[in-house]
Each structure stands twice: as C-alpha cells, then as structure tokens.
Design a protein around this ligand. Sequence first.
Ligand SMILES: [Zn+2]
Length: 84
Amino acid sequence: MFWIVFIVITIVSVGIFLTTRIPQIHEFEEIAEKTFVCPLCGHRFHVKKSQIFYKWISIYLHKGIPLKCPECKKRDFCTPSQDN
Ligand SMILES: [Zn+2]
C-alpha cells in the first residue's frame, strides 16, 4: 500500500516541476527567435537555439548572452533586439 503513496507523490512532483518550467521554455523559444546585437560593432545576427540553450539563464542574470560576434569575431554580452 505504501508504494502507491510514493508513486502518487512522484507523479505530482514531476507534474509541478514541468508546469513551473513550461513558461521558461516558452520564453527561451521567444528569445532564440530574436536578433542579437553585438555591443562592440552593432552587428545584428541570429544564433542557433543549440548555441544559447545552456546560456539562456544568463539572459536573466546579465541581460545578455556571451556570444562570439560573426562580424568582429569578439566575444561579449550580446543583447536580444527588442524590435523583432
Ligand atoms: Zn561585433
């Protein structure tokens, strides 16, 4: 009988975990669609989702993602453009 309680608690916690993460995944999808702007030369470029997947939390901490600019080849915090 005890294992049923255990399974129910597991399912409920997984459910809570997923529902709290879904809005963040949605936000990440939106950010990945945006154009990033290089702070050094102003070049605008797109990135692959896989490139920023492990860095997207940095958007919330630093308001930018450390990316290598394809134009000036320098790495700096690139911010997503607001107009698209
Ligand atoms: Zn640049």
